[in-house]
Design a protein around this ligand. Structure first.
Ligand code: MG
Length: 303
């Protein structure tokens, strides 16, 4: 697999919004974030079968993404009410399930679990905030015993709130899955400065695009095909370069109800990212040439 920035896609086996494994393969993609299969499929036997299928297709899973029964991304208030570990009624059950998902990821030999925690309270004195810290520590410690990391999906929080939360949890295996489109969809702030600010904390990314809502934070922005939205992907790659991120560029396009369109749009997204990768490398090489020339000149002058 390509060392720097291999292209990936968000994929599913039997649950979730990603493309099917066969589609990933047809698109020539070798690395995926896998939406966790249904609870009934999370058995050692199924894990063996999935691993064999992935091996056949030449695909490596870099992150297993958690998902829970009853989550809905219909609109921002519904996300607040239903997504992640925030809703009180399902908090304990979902925390146990998240650990079970981590154990299933281990059976798939995957060292990273991704999750949308849901809306983290912005007020650090909120009892829910304190409880969420305790839960996240507990999940991180479970992952640590599995030699796994936990990646929090960005979007719901402004970057300062997220960094404060990560610092308050204070675990060495807690990182960020950065999704620039989510920042726009939720109206949580400009994605690229947030990416730069998160820096070393970013250990995986989703390449997804979106358009700002006219009432950011109140109503959804709109997810659109990569390259057609408000995320500047050339600048996104430059920023990834600056923060030293070299992992997969995992394309996410959440229209599983239209598989043909999903495949075509992901195909175009791959072409665009490959082109931008080349541009970014050319800029890098040109910069390196300038530095080399300057150093040579300096050497000539001093000698
Ligand atoms: Mg995402």
């Amino acid at each position: 697999m390509e060392k720097k920035w291999p292209i990936g896609v968000f994929a599913s086996i039997d649950a979730g919004l990603g493309v099917r494994l066969e589609v990933a393969h047809e698109l020539g993609v070798r690395t995926i974030h896998l939406h966790t299969p249904h609870a009934a499929s999370r058995t050692p036997g199924q894990a063996k079968e999935f691993l064999a299928r992935l091996a056949d297709l030449g695909i490596t899973t870099t992150v297993v993404f958690a998902g829970f029964e009853g989550e809905s991304y219909a609109d921002i208030p519904t996300v607040k009410r239903t997504v992640g570990l925030i809703p009180p009624a399902t908090r304990a059950a979902r925390t146990s399930e998240l650990k079970a998902i981590a154990d299933f990821a281990l059976l798939l030999h995957v060292g990273v679990v991704g999750v949308h925690l849901g809306f983290v309270p912005h007020d650090t004195s909120d009892p829910d905030y304190q409880q969420l810290i305790a839960i996240t520590r507990d999940v991180c410690d479970h992952c640590e015993r599995n030699h796994q990391a936990l990646h929090l999906e960005t979007g719901q929080e402004p970057v300062d709130v997220l960094i404060q939360f990560l610092d308050d949890v204070g675990r060495d295996n807690l990182f960020v899955n950065f999704d620039p489109a989510n920042m726009i969809l939720y109206g949580a702030g400009q994605p690229l400065p947030a990416l730069a600010q998160l820096g070393w904390r970013v250990h995986s990314v989703h390449c997804k695009d979106a358009i700002w809502s006219d009432r950011p934070g109140e109503t959804w922005g709109q997810e659109v095909p990569l390259g057609e939205g408000d995320v500047d992907f050339a600048a996104f790659l430059q920023t990834l370069d600056q923060i030293g991120y070299s992992g997969p560029l995992t394309i996410e396009r959440e229209i599983p109800q239209e598989p043909a369109r999903q495949k075509a749009e992901i195909g175009r997204a791959i072409d665009l990212l490959e082109r931008l990768k080349k541009q970014c490398q050319q800029v890098r090489r040109a910069e390196a040439d300038v530095v080399e020339k300057q150093e040579r000149k300096r050497g000539e002058i001093s000698s």
